[in-house]
Design a protein around this ligand. Structure first.
Ligand code: TRP
Length: 467
């Protein structure tokens, strides 16, 4: 597609191959959420019952919204703000702007967490004993409990964001796509090795049984909402990402099939991650959990008990590193596409300014964990609302507010303003068949908005006790 850009004919970048696109989009979707959130949530939600509900939510709601995002992207061949204008609804462009903002804030903290993961790759190579000796102390030390966290907040995140920027500077097909084609198979290979190790541990069968047992009594409204929120987060929906990635797709590619493949890959990887984590923690008597404290501190208890545990530790943090890198690449690409197309910056300038600024802002995310006394001040500003830290506030604003709000407005836009029939025309060109178009229309107009509305309201009402 050529478009006029300040008098110059400007060729828009495209994916080189469909498999490259699938791996890049799956790379975006498969992130920390799959590996350190899903297994813990499946555990809390009672195992099999949660997993079943999660699969249904992805199949019906997640896939419907993902298909809509890819379709808007490919139809308009624009960034998320430009897309609304291109469809003739410039008044909606601020919904895209909200997505860009949300992506930018996530990028700030993802860089930091990616840096911590990198730190732990080194820790397990060189000084696993120091981690084992005091897992919690080691973790909070990295975050600045005993002095300015140079390594955790500055050095490692800087390496992480530099790697991201280098890939992005190479462009779409020779950067993002080539990188994804190399590291995604590596991610799968590591995941398989770790899962085989986990399920063959003595005592692992208890964990496997737990995941396959349907304990319906644990399936309450709040676990249902947790599954819904997890599905949206895991598929990277509600932000600038999937629209942008879809905008680099060729017209002859099959959007329906691609949506199915991305959802399947993301969900299978989350499921396998559950079978990697839960049997291992059952076998070693570690308490299953969610998030950083679990992934960085509790899991040391698992690695310590395994023969050649350091090796498995290195592999595990490499797995997290790949997952985090491909996700960070996609977040920054979404914002980069916006800045280059709407503000007419060069790609190089956009990437460098975005990378440097989100790196600098992100430092405060790590500092707020324990180094800076922001906690107290923050409580005053928020009138006593219990945000454990500035960092938690960033996560709250993105996961509970901007992301669901963006996704909700996006569904309303496609379902009621742009209209599903126009989307279906885009999907069905080049004689691509779309048998479920009636079902999809109902999903995008009614079911998905209602479900997202529930996430939004519950986030606002109960979201303060961040889990
Ligand atoms: N999907 C990512 C995960 O599972 C997290 C995420 C949410 C994300 N929104 C994103 C990643 C946007 C990249 C872009 O961890």
């Amino acid at each position: 597609m050529a478009s006029k850009n300040k008098g110059k004919i400007h060729m828009r970048a495209q994916w080189g191959s469909n498999i490259g696109f699938i791996l890049a989009a799956a790379g975006s979707a498969v992130g920390l959420g799959n590996i350190w959130k899903f297994p813990g949530r499946a555990y809390q939600g009672g195992g099999g019952a949660f997993i079943l509900i999660y699969i249904l939510i992805v199949a019906f709601i997640g896939a419907a919204v993902l298909l809509a995002e890819l379709t808007v992207g490919r139809k308009t061949q624009k960034n998320v703000v430009g897309a609304y204008k291109a469809l003739g609804h410039p008044r909606w462009k601020w919904v895209g702007g909200m997505g860009v903002l949300c992506g930018y804030i996530i990028s700030c903290y993802y860089i930091q967490v990616g840096g911590w993961v990198l730190r732990y790759v080194f820790s397990y190579i060189f000084s696993a004993d120091a981690v084992y000796a005091d897992p919690n102390g080691y973790f909070s030390n990295m975050l600045g409990q005993n002095g300015f966290p140079w390594i955790g907040a500055v050095v490692c995140p800087l390496i992480f964001i530099s790697a991201t920027a280098v890939v992005l500077l190479k462009g779409i097909s020779s950067g993002i796509e080539r990188f994804s084609k190399i590291v995604m198979p590596a991610l799968l290979a590591i995941l398989v090795v770790l899962t085989v190790r986990s399920v063959t541990l003595p005592g692992a069968d208890e964990g496997i049984k737990y995941l396959l047992t349907f304990d319906w009594s644990k399936l309450t409204a709040s676990t249902l909402l947790s599954a819904l929120g997890q599905a949206f987060y895991s598929l990277s929906l509600g932000m600038a990402i999937m629209i942008t990635y879809g905008s680099y797709l060729k017209k002859e590619e099959n959007l329906v099939k691609n949506t199915g493949l991305i959802c399947t890959l993301d969900t299978v990887i989350a499921l396998v991650a559950a079978f990697m984590i839960i049997p291992a923690v059952f076998a070693t008597d570690v308490e299953p959990g969610i998030g950083g404290g679990f992934a960085f501190a509790s899991l040391a208890g698992v690695f310590e008990k395994l023969p050649v545990g350091e090796l498995f530790g290195v592999l595990f943090y490499l797995l997290l590193l790949v997952a985090a890198l491909t996700s960070e690449i996609s977040i920054l690409e979404g914002t980069t596409a916006y800045v280059t197309e709407q503000w007419h910056w060069s790609r190089k300038k956009a990437i460098i300014v975005l990378a440097v600024s989100s790196f600098v802002i992100g430092i405060f995310y790590t500092l707020s964990q324990s180094y800076l006394p922001i906690k107290g001040i923050w409580m005053d500003i928020t009138n006593g609302v219990q945000f454990p830290s500035f960092g938690d506030f960033m996560e709250y604003v993105t996961d509970r507010l901007l992301m669901p709000l963006g996704a909700l407005l996006f569904c309303i836009f496609v379902g009621w303003v742009w209209k599903p029939k126009h989307a279906i025309t885009e999907i069905e060109q080049h004689s691509v068949g779309f048998r479920l178009k009636k079902v999809w229309t109902v999903l995008i107009k009614f079911v998905a908005p209602a479900a997202i509305f529930a996430i939004l309201v519950s986030g606002l009402l109960f979201g303060m006790s961040l889990s």
